[in-house]
Ligand binder design. Structure first.
Ligand code: ATP
Ligand code: LTN
Length: 356
């Protein structure tokens, strides 16, 4: 699948980092929240990451430290973090072709977040819309300083690895802007240290809507009836698609006034590689029933091999442990190098040194 950046990496200063790989570096992450990844996460994000593994020096990670910015259960977080790595592998991330790791295994993330927090203005952090939304949704007074710092930790994730490009959905644009501002500010105050990253929002990234409310995006934090999980069994998939909200007509056609049918067409088109016009012609006389049955069948066919791989990867506990250890080592090598330069830049006294 072609993935085209919306902005060329002209401002990256990749030349001033030790270049081990001539490929541009990308980095992205997906939180281990919810009960698993859904079709929107795959079609809108992970599918692009998979496609980028060979042409980029790719770093992908599970931000478990971000997941504790809202109330959570420790045992669930531990299990979901492991499952998330296994699920990313089942979806096509290959630890031999990318650096795949867990954020908390690299403590430099927290260290850099502290330093960046000290060059972030209170006002600019207060303007982050995701924080404002989440704070408004949490009970009065329940929003934490950690939630407030979420975008600063995200900036640290990106800058630690000197990423040239960050493939994310549109909802993350503002966090990327903050990251760029912090990189430039640090570089001008303390000397060139960070690559200034560009957002990489694929030109044709699929935005999948909730099956029960097609005006909203499918999301881990919405009720499961409208969310197609990659781990859903065939019965659940068929039921979710059959009861997907559509309009009262019977024409299978993509149109603004038909958001439910348009969403299903979009799903079928991305899964099968067939164009929307072609699909509209196929289902011109068939009504919603036959169309929905085919969408469900395509989904079942799509998830079956992924689910099998997922079970195999999770069952091989030692293999998964080895992936985590190797990923943490590869990530640490880069992160530790950046942090050495950050510490020197801000003026932390090196142990054993007597002069500035
Ligand atoms: P939450 O409900 O916890 O916010 P989420 O399901 O919205 O979770 P995120 O973890 O915020 O998912 O996003 C992970 C990645 O998946 C991001 O790059 C995001 O842009 C993408 N993504 C999430 N939902 C969709 C969707 N419905 N369609 C396309 N891409 C999506
Ligand atoms: N906030 C992101 C997850 C995330 C991320 C990152 C993405 C945390 N750190 C660094 C890209 C780069 C999200 O909710 N999708």
């Amino acid at each position: 699948m072609p993935v085209e950046p919306t902005s060329p990496p002209t401002e990256s200063k990749s030349a001033d980092r030790p270049v081990l790989s001539p490929k541009p570096r990308v980095l992205s992450g997906i939180q281990p929240t919810g009960i698993g990844f859904h079709l929107g996460n795959y079609l809108g994000a992970v599918r692009n990451w998979v496609a980028m593994q060979d042409d980029f020096d790719a770093f992908y990670f599970v931000p478990d430290m971000h997941a504790i910015t809202v109330p959570h259960d420790p045992a669930t977080l531990r299990r979901r973090t492991r499952e998330s790595i296994a699920e990313l592998m089942a979806l096509g991330l290959d630890p031999a072709r990318c650096t795949l790791f867990v954020q908390s295994h690299v403590p430099e993330h927290a260290e850099l977040a502290w330093v960046l927090g000290c060059i972030t203005a209170y006002g600019e952090a207060s303007r982050m819309t995701q924080f404002k939304d989440k704070a408004a949704r949490s009970e009065l007074g329940a929003a934490t300083v950690g939630l407030f710092n979420y975008p600063v930790l995200q900036a640290a994730d990106i800058l630690l690895y000197q990423a040239d490009q960050v493939p994310v959905g549109d909802d993350q644009r503002q966090h990327l802007e903050l990251t760029r501002d912090l990189a430039k500010r640090f570089n001008s105050r303390f000397g060139g240290t960070f690559t200034v990253p560009a957002p990489y929002i694929p030109a044709r990234s699929a935005r999948i809507a909730d099956l029960q409310d097609p005006s909203r995006k499918m999301s881990k934090s919405r009720p499961p009836a409208g969310t197609v999980y990659i781990q859903d069994d065939p019965k659940a998939l068929a039921k979710k698609v059959r009861s997907a909200v559509t309009d009262t007509g019977r024409e299978v056609r993509a149109a603004e006034e038909k958001p439910g049918i348009s969403n299903l067409l979009n799903i079928l088109s991305t899964l099968t590689g067939r164009g929307i016009v072609d699909l509209e012609a196929t289902y011109a006389d068939s009504g919603y029933g036959a169309f929905k049955a085919d969408v469900a069948a395509a989904l079942v066919e799509f998830v079956a091999p992924i689910q099998q791989r997922y079970r195999d990867i999770l069952a091989d506990e030692a293999g998964l442990d080895a992936v985590l250890v190797a990923g943490a080592a590869k990530a640490t090598a880069v992160a530790a190098d950046t942090m050495r330069r950050v510490r020197a830049g801000v003026g932390f006294l090196p142990l054993g040194s007597r002069s500035g």
